[in-house]
Design a protein around this ligand. Structure first.
Ligand code: SF4
Ligand code: SF4
Length: 402
C-alpha cells in the first residue's frame, strides 16, 4: 500500500496558498460532507471531492494531474457549499488543472478552443470576415421580420449605450437566439452594437486554471468595450462568462472596467422595472421550472433576476428541488460539455438533474446559460422527459410587446 507523506512544499500547495479563498485545504477534516453532496451523487465513476482535497494536501500532485477525477469534476462547488472549513472545491480543482495545463495535459477540444480564442477571438474558429458576413445577413432578415428598416443589428459602432457580447452558439447553431436578442434591444429603444474584434463571451482559461489565458481574454473584452466607448457591457446567457466578468474581472485586471456589466436577463428586468419593456405572459400560458446555472447562482449570487423576468413572461415559475445555493449542476459544467468525447458521460453526470426535471411534472424548463440549455435539452431527449428547454432571454424576446 502506498504511504503518502504530508508535503507542503509542492507546486500545488504553493498555488493553493496563493489564494485568498480555498487556501486552507490542509485544514480538511476528512468529514466527507463534500462526498455526500457531490453533484454526481451515486452515479458510477464520479469524482470523490474528499479524495481530491486529500491528494492535494498530501502532495500527490502527479497522481492528481493524471487522475480522470480532475476533468470529471464539474467545478460546480455544490460539494463544498457546506464545507465546515470553507474550502472551495472549484479553486482546488482549478489549481490542480493549472498544473495539468502547464504540461499540456488538457482535453484536446478545450486546447483547440483556447487556441482559436487567442488567435481568432472565437473558440469555434469563426473569423472576423465570417462574423461580419453572418451578422450582416441576419441583420437583413431581422429588418424584414420587424418590417422596419431601422431595426438594426449593428457591429463596430462607437459611443453606443450597449455592447452585446454573444455566446459562440449564437453565431453557429443558435443563430435565431442572436436575432431574438436584437429584438429585445430594439424594444428597449437604445443604441447597441456587436464588435467584430471580440465576438465571443466565453473564457475557457478560467476552467482550465490558466491564469494568463483568462487574463488575456478578459483584458481584450475590456479594452474592446473601452475603445468603443460604450456605457454597459451586456453579456449573453453564459454561466462561466458571467462569473468571470462579474466577479473576477477587477482582480484579473487590477482595476475596475470603465463601464458597467450586466447579463441580458438582468438588463431586460431593469428595463421592465423602468416601464420600458412590457411582456405578454399569455404568449407562454404555462408554468415553467427554472434551473440555476452554478456559475451564475451558487458562485456569483445571481438568483433572482432570471426568476423575476420569467414571472413576467410565463404563467408562473416553479422551483426544482433543491434549488438556488443547493441547486444541482446540469451535468455539463467545468468544461465537460466542451469536450466532445464526453457525450455519454454527460448523460450520467446529468442523471440527478434529469430526475429533478421529471419530478416537476412540467413540460417547460428555462435557464440563463446557453451551455446549460444545450445539456438540459439533451437530457430531456435522452431520458424521454418531454420537456421543452428555453433560455430566459429567448422567452422574454418571444413575449415582449413591441
Ligand atoms: S467537506 Fe470540507 S472538511 Fe469535510 S472532507 Fe470535504 S473538504 Fe474536507
Ligand atoms: S462535480 Fe461539483 S460537487 Fe462534485 S466534486 Fe466537483 S465541484 Fe464538487
Amino acid at each position: 500500500m502506498k504511504t503518502a507523506i504530508l508535503e507542503k512544499n509542492t507546486e500545488l500547495s504553493r498555488l493553493l496558498n496563493r489564494l485568498t479563498q480555498g487556501d486552507n485545504a490542509d485544514e480538511c477534516l476528512t468529514c466527507g460532507i463534500c462526498n455526500s453532496r457531490c453533484t454526481w451523487f451515486d452515479q458510477p465513476g464520479g469524482p470523490l471531492p474528499r479524495q481530491i482535497v486529500r491528494m492535494a494536501v498530501l502532495g500527490l500532485e502527479q497522481e492528481l494531474v493524471d487522475s480522470q477525477m480532475l476533468w470529471d469534476c464539474l467545478i460546480c462547488n455544490r460539494c463544498t457549499q457546506d464545507c465546515p472549513m470553507g474550502i472551495d472545491m472549484d479553486q482546488v480543482v482549478i489549481r490542480a488543472r493549472s498544473l495539468a495545463a502547464s504540461k499540456d495535459q488538457i482535453p484536446e477540444d478545450i486546447r483547440k478552443g483556447i487556441q482559436n480564442r487567442l488567435e481568432l477571438g472565437d473558440v469555434n474558429g469563426l473569423t472576423k470576415e465570417d462574423f461580419v458576413d453572418t451578422v450582416e445577413w441576419i441583420a437583413e432578415e431581422f429588418a424584414d421580420d420587424m418590417e422596419d428598416p431601422n431595426a438594426l443589428i449593428p457591429h463596430d459602432q462607437s459611443d453606443c449605450k450597449f455592447l452585446y457580447l454573444p455566446n459562440p452558439r449564437e453565431l453557429g447553431v443558435n443563430l435565431m437566439h442572436l436575432t431574438a436578442m436584437a429584438k429585445l434591444f430594439y424594444a428597449m429603444g437604445e443604441t447597441w452594437t456587436l464588435s467584430s474584434d471580440h465576438t465571443d463571451v466565453t473564457n475557457w482559461g478560467y476552467f482550465v486554471g490558466n491564469d494568463d489565458v483568462e487574463k488575456q481574454i478578459a483584458r481584450r473584452v475590456v479594452e474592446t468595450a473601452e475603445a468603443l466607448n460604450i456605457e454597459t457591457l451586456v453579456l449573453s446567457e453564459c454561466g462561466h462568462a458571467y462569473h468571470v466578468l462579474k466577479c473576477r474581472v477587477a482582480k484579473l485586471l487590477g482595476r475596475e472596467p470603465g463601464f458597467s456589466i450586466v447579463s441580458i436577463p438582468e438588463l431586460c428586468l431593469e428595463y421592465a422595472n423602468k416601464g420600458v419593456l412590457k411582456f405578454d405572459p399569455q404568449v407562454h400560458p404555462y408554468d415553467i421550472a427554472y434551473h440555476d446555472p452554478c456559475n451564475i447562482a451558487r458562485k456569483s449570487g445571481g438568483y433572482d433576476a432570471p426568476r423575476q423576468l420569467l414571472a413576467m413572461c410565463c404563467n408562473g415559475v416553479r422551483e426544482l428541488v433543491p434549488n438556488r445555493e443547493n441547486g444541482i449542476c446540469c451535468g455539463g459544467g467545468g468544461g465537460i460539455l466542451q469536450d466532445s468525447s464526453t457525450t455519454k458521460k454527460r448523460m450520467i453526470t446529468g442523471k440527478p438533474k434529469a430526475d429533478q426535471m421529471r419530478a416537476t411534472g412540467l413540460k417547460h424548463l428555462a435557464t440563463a446559460c446557453l451551455s446549460c440549455h444545450r445539456q438540459l435539452g439533451e437530457l430531456s431527449t435522452h431520458y424521454e422527459l418531454g420537456m421543452k428547454v428555453d433560455t430566459v432571454a429567448a422567452l422574454a424576446s418571444e413575449s415582449v410587446i413591441l
